[in-house]
Design a protein around this ligand. Structure first.
Ligand SMILES: [Zn+2]
Length: 518
């Protein structure tokens, strides 16, 4: 049998009082395993693993720095290893195979008793490559002066036996602590039918081709959108579908950009307490998003980052907020509180959204950052900016219940309006006049405080009337009896009251004549 080199896992480590196996089983509890089952997996493998055979009989590789004399005694001391390391650093690892022990160790090297240079042979075995990759934390981090343990090791789910474990053991043996704070494992990409991807079958996706076809942001968005804790189906078609999500996110950014061009937050920003209720809602939704995205990024759950941001753009922004804002943004006077309040929220949303998107849509976010006239941080690249933090002065949690009620009622109104539209009684929602019959006293109170005109704006209808103390809560709507303002398209009582501008509402008359006071 060939003589081999082993790292013993059960012998007591000098000065530690326990074996490498026991130390490993103890230390893995201090590591964060993502997903959590990784801990059980590596634990089971550590419990049953044999001693680690680190020698290989190959002609190419890194030599084990030991010498043997003719009695079969091995020379490998701290001093000898350092002398070998010094020689190899100067002359390269091949010098082990060409230079004599005397040259390698140096003429002045003090050999321990029982050894003489003329009776020394170099060890011919090389290291198991896992021993080398298992020491990468040393060459990558320790030699560069970076703090250890490093934040994260990440690899496929086959590495609890391989790299993770074989990095842990050398680090424990030499430093007494794990080389990593957390370890993330992901699944593998498989083809559309769930088959393993292979070169011979040709059922794999070439990332370069996908980037050439869709751009790298689309490929990254696809990667961020899938749950990588398990295996991931991957094909050109699946990646291509991310284009739709990308466009929706990009359109949200475009809308925000398009409406804050004349807004200098340093001069025109509206304090949170003075903002319109709907703008406060948008600010609250933003904080909720920041809280969720931060947690998801910190736990490496990127598909949650994606779904949170995607839903924010498509639901809160696109189907609610951006629609609601149009009247204020396009019809109120440019410097009005109504418009500045909306712009304050929009500018803040853009600034935060771009930074949250930066790790995924790296180029789009950079392009957006460069285009922003005003930024929260003066850094030249979005990738140097800090992630947004939840603004403690925006009380999003305590307002959730109130908004649930208001948004629930809005859904009811929209349903009634949709039915009216089906019957062709109205074209746009603005044509409608809505009556809310309210049995729920709490809801009535919320609506009173919120303001019926604000609720009308939230539903994009011309007018809302509230009937309290109804038998049950319900909503009715009919076509407004008022005339349509030709500028803002609202059906308001004031349309036609001014003989000079018979087809405009009073709000619009004030705006165009420059007498709008707010
Ligand atoms: Zn008008």
């Amino acid at each position: 049998a060939t003589e081999q080199w082993f790292i013993s896992v059960d012998r007591e480590l000098p000065g530690v009082g326990k074996s490498l196996r026991d130390l490993a089983l103890e230390q893995i509890k201090n590591v964060k395993w993502i997903p959590a089952w990784g801990q059980k997996r590596i634990e089971g493998m550590l419990e049953s693993r044999p001693d680690w055979c680190i020698s290989r009989q190959r002609s190419w590789g890194l030599p084990i720095p030991a010498f043997v004399n003719s009695d079969g005694k091995t020379l490998m001391t701290r001093e000898s290893v350092l002398a070998v390391a010094g020689h190899i650093a100067k002359n390269g690892s091949d010098s082990w195979f060409t230079d004599s022990p005397r040259r390698i160790l140096g003429e002045d090297f003090e050999l321990p008793a029982g050894f003489v240079f003329d009776d020394l042979k170099r060890e011919e075995n090389i290291f198991d490559v896992w021993f080398e990759s298992g020491c990468s934390w040393h060459s990558v981090a320790k030699q560069a002066g970076w703090p250890l343990p490093v934040d994260l090791y990440l690899e496929g789910s086959d590495q609890h036996r391989g790299w993770f474990q074989l990095s842990l053991l050398p680090a424990l043996g030499s430093m007494g602590k794990a080389p990593f704070k957390s370890v993330l494992t992901h699944g593998f990409t498989i083809d559309e039918k769930g088959m393993k991807q292979s070169k011979s079958l040709g059922n794999y996706v070439n990332a370069q081709e996908e980037i050439a076809k869709y751009g790298s942001d689309i490929l990254r968005l696809w990667v961020a959108s899938v749950n990588v804790q398990g295996d991931v189906r991957c094909s050109d078609e699946l990646i291509g579908r991310s284009q739709d999500a990308y466009r929706k996110i990009r359109n949200t950014l475009r809308f925000l950009f398009g409406n804050i061009d004349d807004f200098d937050p340093n001069e025109k920003r509206i304090a949170y307490d003075d903002m319109f209720e709907i703008d406060k809602w948008a600010m609250q939704q933003l904080q909720k998003l920041i809280a969720g995205v931060t947690e998801a990024y910190e736990s490496f759950v990127f598909h949650k980052v994606f779904s949170l941001i995607y839903n924010f753009c498509t639901v809160e922004m696109s189907s609610i907020y951006m629609d609601v804002l149009k009247d204020r943004l396009y019809c109120e006077s440019s410097d009005s509180l109504a418009r500045r309040s909306a712009q304050t929220a929009m500018q803040r949303i853009l600034d935060c959204l771009v930074r949250m998107l930066a790790p995924v849509l790296v180029h789009t976010a950079e392009e957006a950052w460069a285009a922003m006239k005003f930024k929260s941080q003066t850094v030249e690249s979005v990738h140097l900016a800090d992630m947004p933090k939840v603004d403690g002065s925006v009380d999003w949690q305590s307002n959730e219940q109130k908004w649930q009620k208001i948004m629930g009622l809005r859904d009811e109104v929209l349903k009634v309006l949709e039915a009216l539209r089906q019957e062709q009684k109205i074209g746009s929602n603005q044509e409608a006049y809505v009556t809310v019959y309210c049995e729920d006293e709490e809801l009535a109170g919320i609506l009173d405080k919120f303001g019926l005109d604000q609720f009308a704006a939230l539903c994009i209808v011309s007018e809302v009337k509230l009937e309290k103390r109804a038998v049950r809560t319900s909503v009715t709507a009919e076509k407004s009896g008022y005339q349509k303002c030709q500028r803002c398209w609202n059906y308001w009582p004031s349309v036609g009251t001014d003989s000079e501008h018979p087809d405009l509402c009073v709000r619009c008359i004030k705006v165009i004549s420059g007498t709008s006071c707010n």
